[in-house]
Ligand binder design. Structure first.
Ligand code: NAD
Ligand code: GLY
Length: 362
């Protein structure tokens, strides 16, 4: 097992990474404030892993809440299922919520923990690659609304993150690839050496080779932990973690939540960001094409869905980074370095939005 720290003063917490950690009660016990533990999971992950977790806590009052599976259920209505289950069992302010699942379960459990009786402890046990490298770390929690993704939520940090790499064995291939999008993101925004390594090792990652996957999780978590420690509530550099996300969120919202996976939308969004960075003269065309090649090699989409340019612009202006309707984008200044651009040239942006299968081409 390896452990990293998210350094946030009194609210610092460990990220444990390794095989077989699901049964390691010793990692969880220091963070439980009372006997009451609520495992929040979903109808897919619960049957696979909830019992193993429950058995690790034999002397606790363990409640398991299984939510419906899917991004389309990341809603306030679904959240109410958690609150009602906690209230029915008289769970008090000293209870602990444990998120067992992907990013959807993690984001909702975190928000439930932030708001149940004005805040209870929570622990993240992420079971998708995407959640292991991104969503379980950093304390962004929340739910979607029909008009915008993740628009209702809170910054609320977990007490610890336990990443059991064994859980990836049951993850469908499409979900593994979606997670790789966020892994590529760290290379693109801040770590050219890691990007080179990813390019050389993509086929091992796609075959789920354990050492390669564990390395990619460790580097990704270290990148994320450093950014979160420096800018917890996204007043500055944390925004860089949203490379491709403004395009991606527009795609997810327009296509209907759950139709494009989050990682897929982010993947093509990163190609769109690379395309725009090239059109604006920030990176050479060859670099933008390299991004497209990498995303394609990871088995991820490089052609955005056909949406009217006005639809993209309308949805992108609703992004959380937007200020008074003005779109702010994360762009690349090299492969391994990103920047926030507030005053993007609209004509250039429209070219990117209209490029379709010709992204990174004139
Ligand atoms: P997800 O939670 O929907 O999980 C993907 C699918 O895999 C689901 O069907 C799930 O039931 C299944 N699954 C999970 N673990 C499994 C396992 N081990 N074996 C078999 N099946 C398994 O999707 P995701 O990609 O994990 O997360 C996407 C969500 O995360 C989005 O809502 C996105 O907005 C959010 N997100 C949040 C942050 C953050 O900082 N909070 C960052 C990135 C993404
Ligand atoms: N996934 C973006 C962030 O955590 O800030």
């Amino acid at each position: 097992m390896e452990s990293l720290t998210v350094a946030l003063g009194e609210r610092s917490y460990p990220i444990h990474i390794g095989a077989g950690l699901l049964g390691r009660a010793d990692l969880l016990l220091p963070h439980l404030r009372s006997r009451q533990v609520c495992i929040v999971t979903n109808t897919t992950v619960g049957p696979l892993y909830a019992d193993r977790l429950r058995q690790a806590l034999p002397d606790r009052e363990v409640l398991v809440v299984e939510l419906p599976d899917g991004e389309e259920h990341k809603t306030l209505d679904t959240l109410a299922l958690v609150f009602d289950a906690l209230l029915e069992r008289n769970f008090s302010r000293s209870c602990t919520l444990v998120a067992l699942g992907g990013g959807v379960v993690g984001d909702m459990t975190g928000f439930a923990a932030a708001t149940y009786q004005r805040g209870v402890n929570f622990i993240q046990i992420p079971t998708t690659l995407l959640a292991q490298v991104d969503s379980s770390v950093g304390g962004k929690t929340g739910v979607n609304r029909p008009l915008g993704k993740n628009m209702v939520g809170a910054f609320y940090q977990p007490r610890c993150v336990v990443i059991d790499t064994d859980t990836l064995r049951t993850l469908p291939d499409r979900e593994l690839k979606a997670g790789l999008a966020e892994v590529l993101k760290y290379g693109l925004i801040n770590n050219a050496v890691f990007l080179d390594w990813l390019e050389a090792n993509l086929s091992l990652l796609l075959q789920q080779e354990v050492a390669a996957l564990t390395h990619s999780i460790r580097v990704s978590c270290a990148e994320k932990a450093a950014i979160v420690a420096a800018d917890e509530t996204e007043t500055g550099q944390r925004a860089l973690l949203n490379l491709g996300h403004t395009f991606g969120h527009a795609i997810e919202t327009a296509m209907g939540y759950g139709s494009w996976l989050h990682g897929e939308a982010v993947a093509v969004g990163m190609v769109m960001a690379a395309d725009l960075s090239w059109r604006l003269g920030l990176i050479p065309q060859a670099a933008a094409r390299r991004v497209k090649r990498l995303v394609a090699a990871a088995g991820l989409p490089v052609v955005p869905p056909t949406l009217a340019v006005e639809t993209y612009l309308r949805l992108m202006a609703k992004d959380k980074k937007a200020e008074q309707g003005k779109i702010r984008l994360i762009l690349l200044q090299s492969l391994g370095s990103a920047l926030v651009k507030a005053d993007t040239d609209l004509a250039m942006l429209e070219l990117t939005l209209a490029a379709g299968s010709n992204l990174t081409e004139r």
